[in-house]
Write a protein that binds this ligand. Sequence first.
Ligand SMILES: Nc1ncnc2c1ncn2[C@@H]1O[C@H](COP(=O)(O)OP(=O)(O)OP(=O)(O)O)[C@@H](O)[C@H]1O
Length: 340
Amino acid sequence: MTAVLFEQVGKNWGATAALHPSDLSLEQGEFSVLLGPSGCGKTTTLRLIAGLETPSCGRIKIFDRDVTEEAPAQRGVSMVFQNYALFPHLSVAENVVFGLKIRRVSSQDIAARLARTLDLLSLSHLQSRKPGELSGGQQQRVALARALVADSKLCLMDEPLSNLDAQLRQEMRHELRALQQKLGLSVVYVTHDQTEAMSMADRVVLLRDGRIEQVATPTQIYQQPATRFAAQFIGSARMNMLELKDGKIAGTDIALQAPAAATHVGVRPEDVRLGGAHRLSVDHTEFTGADLMLHARAGEQVIVLRAEGKHAQQLQQEIQLGWDVSSLHWFDKDGLRIVS
Ligand SMILES: Nc1ncnc2c1ncn2[C@@H]1O[C@H](COP(=O)(O)OP(=O)(O)OP(=O)(O)O)[C@@H](O)[C@H]1O
């Protein structure tokens, strides 16, 4: 079953299209991540699902039910925000059950759900504390508990880990993912951090300027990026994107068997190897311990190569480099991938 279905859903703010009319289908039980740079429309898309924004056009379905006209409370979704949105004067337990009380759930049911959820998130011992007496990570857990206690099948999360330090964020990523799998939850998660998206997602929805650029698994989007933008947005060291001219890398003698329509060739730094056929001068290097990033000059362009850090001592001014043809990605003048 589809957890979320967009049929030509769009959202305009005056003349600005935060989301151009788009189709989107997110599967039940999957961890779907909305990814893209600032202002690309991630939060708008999430708020459209939640019912916090009204679409300018199109229909929205949640678990096959048309919810386009429904208010947020009717949609049966829960939400976790970046700033946690906890009530400072209420205890952890009161924060967690606040929504249930409003919905007039019986006190017996509330007590049972509270105990189960606090236990699930290891918060039982903190239930009498106020949010101000908790660490950032604990506050995040309370926000999560509040979303999970509702037992909704679809949970929406807007950059929920961005206020945590790097170490805690990594731990929480793992914890969140494990929890989602354990509960079989459908999650739609917003982030601008591609590492976070790649490490957590079953499916990545990459957005750019209010358009859906690609919907794919992390492996697919990494190995077969649909566009130049996707190719360069995904990957912790950016893919080299080199302009072609007359079948060669522009400004060099490096000839490639490029498809006729190709204007650019992409190659990931980890797919460039030392000891190939092409001799280039090294512009500069970055030593990060495990890795040595070599920036080699190719005419006016630069090819970055990821080598092992241990090569740092033997570095020459000039290097030979190469690649397997199978690791090259071809793109046309519109930035679309050419399947060769
Ligand atoms: N209430 C609003 N009024 C007018 N324009 C808005 C409003 N909310 C969002 N926008 C515009 O819509 C576009 C998409 O915004 P949105 O918040 O969805 O992006 P985002 O990808 O979530 O960005 P970020 O990562 O910075 O949160 C932006 O150009 C933004 O300025």
